[in-house]
Design a binder for this molecule. Structure first.
Ligand code: PMP
Length: 426
């Protein structure tokens, strides 16, 4: 008998390319039929066939309080009753800007947008407008949304300017994007020594969550900060994923490095579409209507989305919120490593705050090249065993996972028990 899930996927593929509105949802990497959901509550999800899951994707990060948190739902209902949108300023936007500035002080000025992609795309335009330079640096394996200039695959080495990694991106657009190796300070120094004064900005994920999880070397971040300062290059921390996820002040608070600009998304919308970019006041001053860099949005600062975000940000400021989230995530990692050990599987796991990485390899990777060496086939079988047992992990060996404040000890125990079975079956 065909399940409701399968029916939905078959019908969706006729009208929606690949049946999905964002590619990773299609399960291409792991194979099989994607899960269509109809309800979530706390740490749990229910699919179209009524099967229950413990959720470790959490909408790829935003649902840090779990699904359908009653206070967030109430805030959304209240805001909606006062109009869904004005396209004009509101006091809520000011409240959000004040809160972001208080919790992430490097964001001296902030502008709200509706997605992480818009935030990074706009931050780069601002950095280019401010420095009057064109070249940008990103790192291999870091994802910053789908703006043209950021969809660039790795150059094969130092000073190899990028080729687009997506069709539809003109080579001329990608030609200004230089891709270097994450955690490689020497490569960074060599690049700045030769063309440092031509680089508008460096953008990075200060903890990488888009090639599975990679932890930054402190020395790499320090080198980056001092080179950018020396050369008048704008340092952009893309904290769309790490913001309010690894610590209250984001990765910049955790590692003690102050970027010139920061991009945010995910958690700051509590599950509704909100992004933000901000930073030094002199840099943000180039934006229209004050300056010559144009950026805009009909639904930017949308009152319903901002209300969901404000309530979420209020709740994550509870005492010990991040200590508890970190402890719970660590407990999950320890449980999974213990389970793998019992079956003698080469497996590793690590976490930063409420985000985690699972690796089918002896050690935790520190670069894209090392990540590519991990055993993808083992991950795919593990993924499907876990899914069968009602544990919903990211459907790719190259995605980070997320724990929410709603995950209980019982959830972790159930997950570890499922993992023991999954590892034993490998
Ligand atoms: N930057 C980072 C670090 C991200 O993880 C993402 C999304 N996963 C984006 C930017 C793009 O955000 P969005 O999907 O909201 O456009």
């Amino acid at each position: 008998m065909t399940s409701r899930n399968q029916q939905l996927f078959e019908q969706s593929q006729k009208l929606i390319p690949g049946g999905v509105n964002s590619p990773v949802r299609a399960f291409r990497s792991v194979g099989g039929t994607p899960i269509f959901f109809k309800k979530g509550m706390g740490s749990r999800l229910w699919d179209a066939d009524g099967k229950e899951y413990i959720d470790y994707i959490n909408s790829w990060g935003p649902m840090i309080l779990g699904h359908a948190h009653p206070e967030v739902v109430a805030a959304v209902q209240q805001a909606a009753a006062n109009s869904l949108s004005f396209g004009a300023p509101t006091g809520l936007e000011l409240e959000m800007a004040e809160l972001l500035n208080k919790l992430v002080p490097s964001m001296e000025q902030v502008r709200l947008v509706s997605s992480g992609t818009e935030a990074t795309m706009s931050a780069i335009r601002v950095a280019r407008g401010f420095t009057k330079r064109n070249k940008i640096i990103k790192f291999e394996g870091c994802y910053h949304g789908h703006a043209d200039a950021l969809l660039v695959k790795a150059g094969s080495g130092l000073l190899t300017f990028g080729e687009p990694s997506s069709a539809g991106v003109p080579a001329e657009v990608a030609a200004h994007t230089l891709t270097l190796d994450y955690n490689n300070s020497q490569m960074l120094k060599d690049t700045f020594a030769s063309i440092g004064d031509e680089i508008a900005c460096v953008i990075l994920e200060p903890v990488v969550g888009n090639m599975n999880l990679i932890v930054p070397h402190q020395e790499f971040l320090q080198t980056l900060r001092s080179l950018c300062t020396q050369h008048g290059t704008v340092l952009i921390f893309d904290e769309v994923m790490t913001g309010f996820r690894v610590a209250l002040g984001g990765a910049q608070a955790l590692y003690g490095i102050t970027p010139d600009m920061t991009t945010l998304g995910k958690v700051i919308g509590g599950g509704l579409p909100v992004g933000a970019f901000g930073g030094r006041k002199d840099i943000m001053g180039v934006l229209a209507p004050l300056g010559a860099v144009y950026q805009a949005g009909t639904l930017s600062g949308n009152p319903v989305a901002v209300s969901a975000g404000l309530t979420t940000l209020k709740l994550v400021q509870a005492p010990d919120f991040y200590e508890k989230l970190t402890a719970q995530t660590t407990k999950l990692m320890d449980g999974l490593k213990g389970a793998a050990h019992k079956s003698g599987i080469a497996f590793n796991a690590q976490s930063v705050g409420g985000m985690f990485g699972l690796y089918f390899s002896q050690n935790s990777p520190t670069s894209y090249a090392e990540m590519m060496q991990t055993d993808k086939t083992a991950f795919n079988s593990f993924f499907h065993s876990m899914l069968n047992s009602g544990i919903y992990l990211g459907p790719s060996a190259f995605e980070a996972g997320f724990v929410s404040a709603a995950h209980t000890d019982a959830d972790i125990a159930e997950t570890v028990a499922a993992a023991e079975k999954a590892f034993a079956a490998l």
